[in-house]
Design a protein around this ligand. Structure first.
Ligand code: GSH
Length: 220
């Protein structure tokens, strides 16, 4: 199984953390996001959307990060992470669809304004952020309410829905995501998700780096 990805991006980290969480071995084919390798051949023949990640498994070519996690979990028979029970699966699928259609774009705006723009020498647009505020809090409250009485989004154990939902927030400090009022969501993210070994192994830090400062110093 090959994963074509750049580990620094939201949806790639999602898949890399998710596959590690599922215990599935794969070959990482690096697609350099910052040089635009996802916008040209040969990658475009794999994913005509010009976005990462993608999976290649024999004759199956699959894009959409959540579809990749669902396929991989089923292929590995990881029922705990993606139960076959009809209602449990419907719940997980619902949150993964919500993540892709609503939550990812809501969090991505903060990534663009507070991380990408300053990195390229620009400034966050305070008006854009202010106009988005109510929409973000509406969605964050939905997730926060869900987490009020359970440690993980769909129950007492983590599933691929938790990995998917956490990914758009993976740089929450640098993104300046306004999480303070969403106590359940914050607890789930910082105490539960960020404690998962698979989350820690796929660490991405400020400046879009996968190298921790100690590793950088050791190399110098
Ligand atoms: N819904 C897709 C979204 C994929 C996506 O937008 N990936 C971003 C990186 S996180 C990307 O490659 N964007 C293209 C670009 O910025 O040029 C998925 O979940 O795989």
């Amino acid at each position: 199984m090959q994963i074509h990805a750049d580990p620094i991006t939201v949806n790639c980290r999602k898949v890399l953390a998710g596959l590690d969480f599922l215990g599935i071995p794969f070959e990482l084919v690096h697609v350099d996001y910052f040089t635009g390798a996802h916008k040209v051949e040969p990658y475009l023949s794999i994913n005509p959307n010009a976005s990462v990640p993608s999976l290649v498994d024999g004759d199956l070519v699959l894009w959409e990060s959540n579809a990749i996690l669902q396929y991989a979990a089923d292929k590995a028979g990881m029922e705990r992470a993606y139960p076959k029970d009809l209602k449990k699966r419907a719940d997980i699928n619902r949150w993964m669809l919500w993540e892709s259609s609503s939550w990812f774009p809501a969090c991505y705006l903060y990534l663009v304004e507070n991380c990408v723009k300053p990195l390229l020498g620009g400034q966050p647009d305070a008006d854009v952020l202010a106009a988005h505020d109510a929409h973000f809090h509406k969605l964050a409250s939905i997730l926060d309410n869900r987490l009020a009485d359970r440690p993980w989004v769909t129950g007492n154990t983590p599933t691929i829905a938790d990995i998917a939902l956490a990914a758009p927030m993976h740089l929450h400090g640098w993104q300046k995501l306004p999480l303070a009022q969403h106590k359940n969501l914050s607890r789930w993210l910082t105490q539960n998700v960020e404690s998962l070994p698979s989350w820690q192994k796929t660490w991405v830090g400020e400046g879009f780096t996968t190298k921790k400062q100690s590793a950088v110093l050791a190399e110098a």
